[in-house]
Design a protein around this ligand. Structure first.
Ligand code: S3P
Length: 207
């Protein structure tokens, strides 16, 4: 038997980290799809820092998001959001969860494409509604008919979210399963590894 040292196969996580370099992983998608929850867990798996763009905007403004909308309006919020995301992308690598409207700005999409790999967490409208109903901290949903607002926003946004590098179906399964799928897709995207066949519920939800 040869005593040559055979290197242990690198883990998916190590492969992803070396392929990423200074780029970040950016999660995009509608409110309530789980960008922060999944992002935090993915960052822990990859041993990368996790940053939530909404929290950074609140820290930079010294106000909550509802306060920013109320005192200054949405355009002011969007400008701050674009600036904060640009700064965070310069500090990669990391995992960055963005607010649901951030990817709608072309300049932000361009920056993300240049400095990150983007993942669209895609969820069905009923899953989104069930999740956003629990909280009242989303100014865009303080309308007479939040369900209609979600439907309208999804109609406007899904064609744009589709431009993300990768799409993962966010659904009611354990978070770690979604994280596993993200890791596997990232490895395939960045390192050319084959993705094992997705379970049929994933494939249909991602269509
Ligand atoms: C928004 C989503 C929110 C927050 C703001 C606007 C949007 O973030 O940025 O309320 O336009 O969809 P989450 O997607 O994290 O809820």
């Amino acid at each position: 038997m040869s005593d040559a040292v055979v290197p242990a196969p690198a883990s998916s996580e190590a492969d992803i980290l070396s392929a990423l370099g200074s780029r970040s992983i950016v999660l995009v998608g509608m409110m309530g799809v789980g960008k922060s929850t999944i992002g935090r867990r993915m960052a822990a798996r990859l041993r990368l820092p996790f940053v939530d763009a909404d929290s950074e905007i609140e820290a930079a403004a010294g106000m909550t998001i509802p306060e920013i909308f109320e005192r200054h309006g949405e355009p002011y919020f969007r400008d701050g959001e674009a600036r904060v995301i640009a700064r965070l992308l310069d500090g990669g690598p990391g995992v960055l969860a963005t607010g649901g409207g951030a990817f709608m700005r072309e300049e932000t999409r361009r920056r993300i494409a240049a400095k990150a790999v983007s993942i669209w967490l895609k969820a069905d409208p009923d899953v989104i509604m069930r999740r956003v109903r629990r909280r009242a901290d989303r100014p865009l949903l303080q309308t007479a008919d939040p369900e209609a607002t979600v439907t309208r926003l999804l109609g406007e946004r899904e064609p744009v979210y589709r431009n993300a590098d990768l799409t993962i179906a966010s659904r009611d399964v354990p978070h770690d399963r979604i994280v596993d799928e993200c890791i596997e897709m990232l490895r395939a995207h960045l390192c050319g590894a084959a993705v094992s066949e997705q379970p049929s519920d994933v494939a249909s939800a991602a269509r």
